[in-house]
Design a protein around this ligand. Structure first.
Ligand SMILES: NC(=O)c1ccc[n+]([C@@H]2O[C@H](COP(=O)([O-])OP(=O)(O)OC[C@H]3O[C@@H](n4cnc5c(N)ncnc54)[C@H](O)[C@@H]3O)[C@@H](O)[C@H]2O)c1
Length: 255
């Protein structure tokens, strides 16, 4: 028999939960019985997903937050504690891509891409981790990218930021392991979300989604639910011996 996900109800924070992968993670964790806080720069999108979750009878709250703004992140986490209780699960899916020739990248573009993807991950982990330490139990999953593993032309900033997330995850896992907290990263590859569709429409996906599907070992594009399934496993009680790991979910495109 499959054991329950947790020995007691848990509160989960999911960033970037208004769209794509974050939305799928929030829906899945709610389905597993967690009370879920959805943090997103696009507050209306987060509200829509929270309403979708509430319509299933589960509990969700939406908060408008720019993950690069520490004061806003702290206020949001305080709001989560008030409305749902202390969070002991965190999935950081808020992310921003960008396509710029290396020689043309401005300092502002560099700072924003690193700010959202890397510093935003740091801010959210540091804001939520004290509640995990207090509880003696916690689960963190960062969403990095296969770009960190392979590199990507026109994405030196994004690849660097996501590689930073991978190193950050490994280091944090070593530091928080003795406190009962696991920290893992899922680097998605080629997942059908608004981000991927926008990349295709802007002409940055080479021969397009169809060609990529044909060259992907499992012969399909990834679905947000594929990433959510991996995250849902990593945050279960029974995944407590998995930490500091890179769990690629990419149809075999990167091994
Ligand atoms: N889709 C893919 O193929 C793919 C591949 C590799 C990595 N990723 C990563 O997965 C994560 C989710 O991507 P997605 O494809 O679902 O993209 P998406 O654009 O559909 O969703 C990203 C969400 O993050 C939010 N966001 C952006 N900046 C923010 C900020 N500063 N503060 C708070 N929220 C912010 C957006 O409003 C949006 O709701 C990202 O970190 C992305 O880099 C995606």
């Amino acid at each position: 028999m499959t054991p329950p996900a947790w020995d007691r109800p848990r509160v989960a924070v999911v960033t970037g939960a208004g769209s794509g992968i974050g939305r799928a993670v929030a829906l899945r964790l709610a389905e597993e019985g967690a009370r879920v806080a959805l943090l997103d720069l696009d507050g209306e999108a987060a509200e829509r997903v929270a309403a979708e979750i509430a319509s299933t009878g589960a509990t969700a709250v939406a908060l408008t937050v720019d993950v690069t703004d520490r004061a806003a992140v702290d206020a949001a986490v305080a709001g989560v504690c008030d409305r749902l209780g202390p969070p002991t699960i965190l999935v950081t899916s808020a992310g921003l891509d960008g396509f710029h020739p290396f020689l043309d990248i401005t300092e502002q573009q560099w700072d924003r891409i690193l700010g959202v993807n890397l510093t935003g991950t740091f801010q959210c982990c540091q804001a939520v981790a004290p509640h995990m330490v207090e509880d003696g139990w916690g689960r963190i999953v960062t969403i990095s990218s296969s770009s960190a593993q392979t590199g990507n032309p026109l994405m030196t900033h994004y690849s660097a930021a996501k590689a930073g997330v991978v190193g950050f995850t490994k280091a944090l896992a070593l530091e928080l392991g003795p406190r009962g907290i696991t920290v893992n990263t899922v680097p998605p590859g080629f997942v059908d979300t608004p981000m991927l569709r926008k990349t295709e429409s802007r002409g940055f996906l080479g021969d397009g989604i169809d060609h990529h599907q044909a060259t992907t070992p499992v012969r399909r594009v990834g679905r947000p639910e594929d990433i959510a399934a991996a995250c849902a496993y990593l945050v279960r009680d029974e995944a407590g011996y998995i930490t500091g790991q890179i769990i690629g979910v990419n149809g075999g495109r990167t091994t």
